[in-house]
Write a protein that binds this ligand. Structure first.
Ligand SMILES: Cc1cc2nc3c(=O)[nH]c(=O)nc-3n(C[C@H](O)[C@H](O)[C@H](O)COP(=O)(O)OP(=O)(O)OC[C@H]3O[C@@H](n4cnc5c(N)ncnc54)[C@H](O)[C@@H]3O)c2cc1C
Ligand code: FES
Length: 250
């Protein structure tokens, strides 16, 4: 992990309230899928954690939803040529074992962004079945990236595109046919809870990237601590953000 003064190449809207930020580092960086960056935003003492969606040599792309003041400032303040301070790569990321050939991805909302990095890393080696949930048709973005999957199911809450319902429901409708060796997930806590309960007792593990609020991002402040089912606690930034979903208390 390093603190880097990167140069913004592009920072533009790709869907309502969703931005894609690409910056150039001084040298190439090796990033594992599911790792994240802590992004410094001018005027805010705390950096914001954002998953690394793509890393190609020295070019890194993050996608983010406008949520509060920090992400709004990120969208309005940084344009091509500006310097931006980032810490990266952070966290453990997702890994897929050699023997795990059939991989299901279940993502909702901004949780689709770290799963894109999984698709970019593993689409050629594995059979990937992706279930991606959005609120509505107009929110569907980055389909050209999602289509790297062997099979992509877009789910919308209002049924305006693809499957009508959540990504978890879409996955569970197909689980017997797909028979995944492993499931990788990211999304809001209610989505992860639904997935945990739907997958309980099945013969595949589920690993999920958690989206806790963060302070330092590097294991020092304990803002991001989550409880594990064995009674211990873990730092989402340093011990995660990816955990065995069966082992975290949501
Ligand atoms: C490991 C990790 C990866 C992430 N990856 C992405 C990503 O790829 N794209 C993306 O859009 N967002 C991602 N997030 C969430 C992102 O960090 C927050 O949306 C962002 O920090 C909000 O900053 P803000 O200043 O705009 O909002 P704030 O003013 O700080 O907060 C606005 C609202 O959002 C809530 N909020 C803030 N941070 C979080 C959080 N981490 N989880 C849940 N609710 C939160 C607050 O409680 C508040 O209600 C990720 C978070 C983590 C921990
Ligand atoms: S954010 Fe500081 S310990 Fe995790």
């Amino acid at each position: 992990m390093r603190e880097i003064n990167a140069t913004v190449l592009e920072n533009c809207a790709i869907a309502p309230e969703i931005y894609s930020l690409t910056f150039a580092l001084e040298q190439p960086v090796r990033v594992r899928p599911g790792q994240f960056a802590m992004v410094g935003v001018d005027g805010f003492p705390l950096r914001r954690p954002i998953a690394i969606c793509k890393a190609e040599g020295e070019r890194v792309t993050l996608c983010y939803r406008l949520r509060g003041e920090g992400t709004r400032r990120l969208a309005s303040r940084y344009s091509r040529g500006e310097k931006i301070s980032v810490l990266l790569p952070l966290g453990n990321g997702f890994s897929v074992a050699e023997k795990e050939k059939r991989v299901a991805l279940v993502g909702g909302g901004v949780g689709i962004f770290p799963l894109i990095s999984v698709l970019r890393e593993y689409a050629e080696q594995k059979e990937i079945y992706a279930y991606m949930g959005f609120r509505s048709r107009g929110d569907v973005c980055l389909q050209y990236e999602l289509q790297r999957a062997k099979e992509l199911t877009v789910a919308t809450d209002d049924g305006s595109s693809g499957f009508c319902g959540t990504a978890v429901q879409a996955f569970m409708e197909n689980v017997e046919r797909v028979r995944p060796d492993v499931v990788l997930a990211c999304g809001p806590t209610p989505m992860l809870r639904a997935l945990k309960s739907a997958a309980a007792g099945r013969d595949f593990p589920v690993y999920a990237s958690l989206e806790e609020r963060m302070g330092c991002g590097v294991g020092a402040c304990l803002v991001c601590v989550c409880a594990l089912s064995d009674g211990s606690r873990a730092r989402v930034c340093k011990d995660g953000p990816v955990f065995d979903l069966g082992e975290v208390i949501l």
